[in-house]
Design a protein around this ligand. Sequence first.
Ligand SMILES: [Zn+2]
Length: 139
Amino acid sequence: MKKFFKEFKEFALQGNVLDLAIGVIIGAAFKDIVTSLTDNFINPILQFITAGDKIEMAEVSVYASNFITAIINFIIMALILFIMVKGINKMMSIGKKPVEVAPTTKQCPYCMSEIAIEATRCPHCTSVIEENAQDEAAV
Ligand SMILES: [Zn+2]
């Protein structure tokens, strides 16, 4: 069972799964906006055209506020998702140590040129490089 959860965690924390989930949530939230647009904007206009009803000012303000609410909901949803993703990314980066690249060059203690780490003689100034000389340079 422990292994199952470990596998699930790895699966869930994979970036593409996260992206997919976000896509689905944003899609659902966007659908609400479209529905709201239809209910509060297009339908009243159609009603006005077909039935010839006189739309009251009060009704218009209700439609407008409904539509604005839908947009605000969408923005809040997107904001929460953004904060969540930021948090998850941070959580994922905690486990990972920054990859430290082993140095392949060192500095010649005599002429300060970059030379191969295993060099015993500097190709620039031809000085013989001793191991302790390198240590001294590093201090
Ligand atoms: Zn040198």
